[in-house]
Design a protein around this ligand. Sequence first.
Ligand code: ADP
Length: 320
Amino acid sequence: RDDRLIVSFGEMLIDFVPTVSGVSLAEAPGFIKAPGGAPANVAIAVSRLGGRAAFMGKLGDDEFGRMLAAILRDNDVSDEGVTFDAGARTALAFVTLRSDGEREFMFYRNPSADMLLTPAELDLDLIRRAKVFHYGSISLITEPCRSAHLKALEVAKEAGVLLSYDPNLRLPLWPSAAEAKEQILSIWDQADIIKVSDVELEFLTGKDSVEDEVALLLWRPSLKLLLVTLGEKGCKYYTKDFRGAVDAFKVSQIDTTGAGDAFVGALLTKLVDDMSVLQDEKKLREVLRFANACGAITTTKKGAIPALPSLAEALALVEK
Ligand code: ADP
């Protein structure tokens, strides 16, 4: 076992973001290529903060796939768990926040390489070597990637790897809201740590509130830690023995993309160095303050990966 290794499993893609803000996709005068995909963001967040990270997933053997693999390497994220599909293209997303405040999405996924990962292509050794295995839910949407995801969970569980789940709902990708909810919750009992946003909490519980009693609907005895992130209001935490909230840092928000991934990356990086954080509320609160700082910094810059903080930046905000 590599006692510091965090393996992050799932999709890595390119978001095409309009060069001007507040326009619809059709009105955009041009686009900037922003590498992303929540599990890849988490891997890079870990690495920037000084942790050891590997990304596991499939990329197209095309210019975009090669660009993404280079980004992993440039960020000291191991790509030994990455496979390339010669016949499929890397996933692309066109994303904009329109002037009416609505997010608009368009995806190239018919199918994209990430969806074609098979169980046989998994690097099982890499999974078994990890201290933490982190994943989302987009890899549950279609086969064969769904089977690969389930197999990876099984192998990780058997090997005693800590499982960390951030469903990272991207509703437009799912065939229906009902299916999203069902599939996301179908692997709920396997995780040791789950992080949801306030929006996901409401979606998954069907309630119009983020009160403790609603969050606790998502609690399971199998869980060691449940986290609810609340944007500029910080986060809430729930364990078997204690629960509470940690305030956010005040920053001028420009683009929230990747804030949740920075938060998770920060938490996992701290956790592998000291697992007793899960039983010690004082330590947990310190770690969540650090995670909040990493989330906050990420909102002050455009894009996800370019905005993820270094350890020095994170410590500067925490110690301010
Ligand atoms: P997600 O990206 O999953 O929706 P959030 O937007 O809640 O998650 O952000 C994750 C964390 O990042 C929050 O818990 C908070 O600590 C920090 N954060 C997000 N938005 C802001 C903001 N506007 N100001 C300060 N901190 C923020």
